[in-house]
Write a protein of this length. Structure first.
Ligand SMILES: [Fe+2]
Ligand SMILES: [Fe+2]
Length: 121
């Protein structure tokens, strides 16, 4: 077995999330991008949460509420604005991208280290 210094699944899923968030800025984007982003984020968050539960992760509650914050921001976007102009889409994309960067380099890094130090990967 080879030891890796990073969690491949976590890294790859973050990459997809960034790509989806970038797509919000594209020309002719419609509300389906928010639906796809929502579905993928849900899939990713649920996986991290499953690992945290399985490992009795000490910061579970704080990490979960960070995910819930993203969930509710995204839900607001889905509910409130069906006609996004370019300026608004740029703003939403930047906002979600910044949030994700902070989350990944903060609490997700801690979780990654914790999982790598455990017997479950
Ligand atoms: Fe997370
Ligand atoms: Fe994550």
């Amino acid at each position: 077995m080879t030891l890796t210094s990073e969690l491949i699944w976590q890294d790859q899923q973050h990459q997809v999330l960034f790509e989806l968030i970038d797509e919000i800025k594209a020309d002719n984007v419609d509300v389906s991008i928010f639906v796809r982003l929502n579905d993928y984020a849900e899939h990713h968050f649920c996986l991290e949460e499953a690992y945290m539960k399985a490992l009795d992760y000490p910061d579970y509650e704080a990490h979960l509420s960070a995910h819930n914050k993203f969930r509710s921001e995204l839900q607001k976007m889905l509910d409130d604005h069906h006609n996004y102009d370019q300026q608004l889409r740029d703003m939403l994309s930047d906002f979600l991208g910044e949030w994700l960067k902070r989350h990944i380099f903060g609490v997700d890094k801690k979780l990654e280290a914790y999982i790598l130090n455990s017997s479950v990967k």
